[in-house]
Design a protein around this ligand. Structure first.
Ligand code: NAD
Ligand code: MG
Ligand code: MG
Length: 332
């Protein structure tokens, strides 16, 4: 199945410049969308809670800021950039009452639409612009003249122009500079959840931790274990990212490349692949979404417990010591 990619010549910027945009939330994605849209010459306001800590920050950055109510009332394009688990209640209280015929309701992730936590009325367009990168990179790349690629999707096309509209919005946040990929809400949501769970976040952190623990358990110094299993990760990933696995393999020694084929499939084996299939099935049938929302309703009890456990892990303390020794590693 081939994907279609759209670039600047395929987009009409005037469409989004002619709309009144509300960006609801000013976190990782919110600040990036709002600032990039403003710098692209769009009419954008940020909708926040009264007393929100982000209020002054957004104003200092030159943005118009108002309450979520007012932003939704003024705007005809409403981008939901508050945490996924809060979107349903925020939508019901502050957004839905202000939706007018022909408005667009937009998302950066399809979670609430796909799993039905938000059910928009039939008289609005429902679209998605999902940058394939963290908000801070979306902003940084834009200011450097490039952009993070976006997935663009139409969930509901009331006006008949939803596709051109979402393409134009993606242009505003800088996506057209590197490419806008057409997808569906179902594809984006399920692939995004799978990627972050099995590979990018879940898989990666467990892989690094397991390698570190194996060496430390066997009596090797934690600092050396950190270097081998964690620190060098970025250099290998950078080579893969920039030029492919074959180039990474060309750059490492024959010993390392032989070891890759020799040991890799023993670590990521049939059992790991079976676990990945189960993870995907729980995403597809809605079990993961239910588990996540149950924990949210329970005050994030499980999430907080897991977060504490990793913060206390020896790998984090080792990393802190090592990063403070190396001036070239900038720490946040
Ligand atoms: P975030 O947690 O960084 O920011 C959320 C913002 O929402 C806060 O900064 C605040 O302004 C506001 N907020 C928080 N609690 C609130 C409340 N109770 N009432 C009103 N406003 C509140 O969120 P995020 O990571 O930017 O995620 C936003 C959306 O973007 C989600 O749908 C997410 O899946 C999607 N997304 C995020 C990333 C990413 O890099 N973080 C990447 C792609 C898509
Ligand atoms: Mg995600
Ligand atoms: Mg080596």
């Amino acid at each position: 199945m081939a994907v279609t990619i759209y670039y600047e010549q395929d987009v009409n910027p005037e469409i989004i410049k002619g709309r009144k945009i509300a960006v609801i939330g000013y976190g990782s994605q919110g600040h990036a969308h709002a600032l990039n849209l403003m710098d692209s010459g769009c009419d954008v306001r940020v909708g926040l809670r009264e007393g929100s800590a982000s209020w002054a920050k957004a104003e200092e950055a030159g943005l118009k800021v108002c309450t979520m109510d007012q932003a939704a009332e003024e705007a005809d394009f409403i981008m939901m950039l508050v945490p996924d688990e809060l979107q349903g209640s925020i939508y019901a209280e502050f957004i839905e009452p202000h939706l007018k015929e022909g408005d667009a309701l937009a998302f950066a992730h399809g979670f609430n639409i796909l799993y039905g936590f938000i059910k928009p009325p039939e008289f609005v367009d429902v679209v998605m612009c999902a940058p394939k990168g963290p908000g801070h990179i979306v902003r940084r790349q834009y200011t450097q003249g490039s952009g993070v690629p976006d997935l663009a999707c139409v969930g509901q096309d009331y006006t008949g122009n939803a596709w051109d509209l979402v393409l134009s919005y993606c242009w505003g946040v800088g996506g057209a500079r590197s490419g806008i990929i057409k997808a569906t809400f179902k594809q984006e949501t399920e692939e995004d959840l799978f990627g972050e769970q099995a590979v990018l976040c879940g898989g990666l952190v467990e892989l690094v931790k397991a390698g570190f623990e194996t060496l430390v358990e066997a009596g090797y110094p934690p600092e050396l274990a950190y270097f081998e299993c964690y620190h060098e990760m970025k250099m290998i990933v950078d080579l893969m990212y920039e030029s492919g696995i074959h180039f990474m393999n060309y750059s490492i020694s024959n010993t390392a490349e032989y070891g890759e084929y020799y040991a890799g499939p023993k670590v990521i084996n049939d059992q790991s692949r079976e676990a990945m299939r189960e993870i995907l099935a729980r995403i597809q049938d809605g079990s993961f979404a239910r588990d996540f929302m149950d924990d949210c309703e329970n005050g994030h009890a499980w999430l907080e417990e897991r977060r504490e456990a990793i913060n206390d892990h020896e790998i984090e303390r080792t990393g802190e010591r090592i990063r403070s020794m190396f001036t070239w590693v900038k720490s946040n």
